[in-house]
Design a binder for this molecule. Sequence first.
Ligand code: COA
Length: 158
Amino acid sequence: MSKRIGIFGGSFDPLTFGHIDIIERGLKLVDELVVAIGNQHHKSAIFSAKERAVLIADCIKSDKLKIVTFDGLLVDEAKRCGANFLMRSLRNSQDFEYEKSMAAFNFDMAGIETINLFSAPQYAHISSSLVRQIAKLDGDITKFVPQNIITSLKNKLN
Ligand code: COA
């Protein structure tokens, strides 16, 4: 049987406990999980894609995990990585509409399926942009992101 390879695309700026939960649960479902960090120029990023890749690799150790950065379409990166499906996560009903539309576009463009994992309830309110905002205003983000990310955010923002 061919390898089951999933690709989880996102901006991960920064990675949060919500993302970690999804990645760890996703790893149990696949032979290889590619975390694909998009260089999204429309979002005002704190970390470069390469920095985000290093932070993710520091947080999650698994032989099944591969971390890449990409420009362009996620479906093209999925093809490059030999992925059989896209993996995404749903936190709430707002995510549902957005993810439904994105999954349909990606299927139309490349015939690739999307598998969505539900966010664990304790992480369903977390978003990277609010974590960035709290960090910029010197708030406590220990409930949302791991220590290496707190340290790196402090270094960036000071
Ligand atoms: N836990 C915590 N946060 C979560 C989460 C979870 N389980 N699931 C989603 N989020 C948050 C992220 O933190 C992020 O928050 P932010 O907007 O406040 O920064 C938000 O949900 C959505 O971000 P993300 O999952 O990274 O999606 P995205 O829409 O920013 O990027 C890409 C997804 C990278 C796949 C996509 O936008 C992209 O760039 N693709 C390239 C072009 C393309 O292929 N477009 C698709 C056309 S159909």
